[in-house]
Design a protein around this ligand. Structure first.
Ligand SMILES: Nc1ncnc2c1ncn2[C@@H]1O[C@H](COP(=O)(O)OP(=O)(O)O)[C@@H](O)[C@H]1O
Ligand code: SF4
Ligand SMILES: [Mg+2]
Length: 337
């Protein structure tokens, strides 16, 4: 039985946001429930996909797991250790094992450093290594991510998007991690390059026994790389199960909308908007139009068809994530058949 490497229990991360002009005079703020009571676990050598529109809280989950931002409440357990509130010094040994591939291609790459210096820095941040050892490890990393040695003398802005992504991956591999949060690793890349990155991550997983939290707004890519998938909507997991089931037999209306929008991508402009990262703001918590009960109700086709059942929007009967099948959980009063 593979071991659980990461477990997230009832994770909450609320941000506060100052509101309008009034905020200058008195403390007025909106609380954004960016991550609202999220629980899941990832086994060794497993990929868990996290999918949902921009603003639904995916990156925030990744950052709280890696302690790049503190939790509001809940627990993060890595390899049987509760790391949620570990002080920096005690967290250091875990930091090596847990890495993040950032969505922004340039985030981890200092524009003033050549690729060789970037990789050297990553290799030596926690370890003292001889020059010969550094060169050997750099060659190893280049081979792992299929990057030409000639690129070592380049600056990041001289590389293509795909090459930058490979350097970013090499950089996170430098410390021999066991668990990686890959945050939209294929975004901003051409489709053919996306496939290469996905294949690379899969190869690395089997070579190095990695576990991934794979974040994307694109259910097609998530289905391709993940063993299991969690679908998020406004800070909550609305459906979770094995990847094939989530993609081919979704039970939550939101997953069905998300999936059909991908399948019929060419046919509908409105549906295309659902997966358009830059323009789409539906996933962002809207304080002008607050929802009660089920957060998906304002967009839910089933809620429409059923004639706006009060059961869906009454705060006291908000749907909980419940089991609908073996290893398949859905947050909806009327799961699809
Ligand atoms: N540092 C922050 N301060 C305030 N609000 C934030 C911050 N980071 C993210 N948010 C808000 O939290 C929500 C979730 O954001 P994020 O985790 O980036 O979503 P995703 O990665 O799914 O696009 C959004 O409403 C976003 O505006
Ligand atoms: S609980 Fe009601 S509103 Fe929410 S997703 Fe299910 S059917 Fe739609
Ligand atoms: Mg994000």
């Amino acid at each position: 039985m593979p071991k659980t490497i990461l477990e997230v229990q009832n994770l909450k991360k609320y941000y506060s946001q100052s509101r309008g002009i009034a905020s200058r005079f008195k403390k007025a703020e909106n609380i954004i429930p960016a991550v609202d009571d999220v629980s899941f676990y990832i086994k060794e050598n497993e990929t868990m996909g996290l999918v949902g529109e921009t603003g639904c809280g995916k990156t925030t989950i990744g950052k709280t797991i890696l302690k790049l931002t503190p939790v509001t409440s809940g627990k993060v357990i890595y390899n049987d250790t509760d790391i949620t509130h570990l002080p920096a010094a005690k967290f250091r040994p875990f930091r090596k094992q847990m890495q993040m591939i950032f969505q922004d291609l340039d985030a981890a790459l200092n524009p003033k450093m050549r690729i060789k210096a970037i990789l050297k820095e990553a290799l030596t941040v926690q370890n003292r290594l001889s020059d010969a050892e550094i060169n050997r490890r750099i060659d190893e990393l280049l081979e792992m991510v299929n990057l030409k040695k000639s690129k070592l003398n380049n600056f990041p802005n001289e590389l293509s998007g795909g090459e930058k992504r490979r350097v970013g991956i090499a950089r996170s591999l430098a410390v021999d991690p066991r668990f990686i949060v890959a945050d939209e690793p294929t975004s901003a890349l051409d489709v053919s390059i996306q496939a290469q990155v996905v294949n690379l991550l899969r190869e690395l997983q089997s070579e190095l026994n990695l576990s991934y939290l794979f974040i994307s707004h694109d259910l097609r890519i998530v289905e391709l790389v993940s063993h299991k998938v969690a679908v998020m909507y406004l800070g909550q997991i609305v459906e979770m199960g094995m990847a094939g089931r989530i993609a081919n037999a979704p039970r939550h209306p939101y997953t069905a909308v998300l999936w059909s929008s991908l399948v019929d991508k060419e046919t509908s402009e409105v549906e295309r908007a659902i997966i358009d990262v830059d323009d789409n703001q539906w996933g962002v918590f809207d304080f002008e139009r607050p929802t009660t009960g089920c957060r998906f109700a304002p967009r839910c086709p089933v809620y429409e068809v059923k004639g706006h059942p009060e059961f869906c929007t009454n705060p006291s009967t908000a749907p909980e994530l419940h089991k609908v099948d073996e290893a398949h959980h859905v947050r909806c009063h009327y799961p699809l058949e």
